[in-house]
Design a protein around this ligand. Sequence first.
Ligand SMILES: C[S@@+](CC[C@H](N)C(=O)[O-])C[C@H]1O[C@@H](n2cnc3c(N)ncnc32)[C@H](O)[C@@H]1O
Length: 339
Amino acid sequence: MMITATTTAGTGITERERDLPLPLGEGRGEGRSAEALAALQSQRQPNARSLGPGRELARPGWCGGMTSRVLKLQSTASSDSPPRQPSPAKPEEGVLSAIHQCDNLDLLRRVGAGTVDLVYIDPPFNTGQQQRGTPRAGGMAGPPASYADAWPTMQDYLAFMRPRLAEMHRVLKPTGSLLLHCDWRTSHHLRLLLDEIFGAERFVNHLIWSYGLGGSSPRRFARKHDDILFYGRSDAYWFEPPRVPATSARMRGLMKKATDVLDIPSINNMAAERTGYPTQKPLALLELLVAACCPPGGVVADFFCGSGTTLVAAKRLQRKWIGCDVSAEAVKIARQRLS
Ligand SMILES: C[S@@+](CC[C@H](N)C(=O)[O-])C[C@H]1O[C@@H](n2cnc3c(N)ncnc32)[C@H](O)[C@@H]1O
């Protein structure tokens, strides 16, 4: 019997994608393409050939001490065993329907390749500040939550994002997609990074979330939008155009397909959904994005989940979900929202 090691997502990767140059390496293999990492790991596994067909290579996890399963062994045709039906790729046990409190890179390395339909992330924007929340709605006790949002240089910020985005690319199904929420500070840098990791031809949209609230400036046009970069894992990414109320007089009262400018108010101070977590995003925005980019019953992952808005949207829309945040406060709030 001959045994070969492959990533589950390997089937969805085109020749063009395989030929993309590797990003610059950064210690421990960070920054290499996910496929290159998988190939390296399979070469380094001395016991790979002693495992049976369909068994998974395991390595110790960093996140909650759980086991990591990154590579799956597949057997080729053999004369002494019946042919095996390939089983659909699924996230590992214990990963799904859970909010993990750890560095997302540790969790990502435990998620199987090709198992997620939609990754939405809203990472720190590198504002140079500590983000602080407001007192919680409903008068919940405790100081406002906060998280660090500063890197010494843009290169440091991109070095933080690069290995995480490479892993997110790896965990997506061939029909999956990534939505990366950012703003004017980083959107141009992150788009180049995503072009490198996904391939420029995988860019789908640069969405504008237009929110209205906020101050003005005598020195420039008031900044009233965030950016959401949308990339498909392959050309066959799943998409269902969302419908929004038409605004023209001719179509008044009717619905129309949404454009790449999403007019959705940010959460006001009195809104029932406000948790007090800093930079919490409105549920209406996440519901629109999840419904548009994840098939019914599919898996949505948010690896910077904060107060858990994406996970709440996924649950309400009957999608499966995976959440992660390094902050204990964020995870506590997110778990409360989902319970
Ligand atoms: C902009 S907030 C997310 C807000 C969220 N979208 C919401 O609606 O509440 C970014 C989050 O990323 C988290 N974070 C930063 N670095 C992280 C890391 N390495 N792993 C996991 N989470 C991280 C922060 O703790 C923070 O909660």
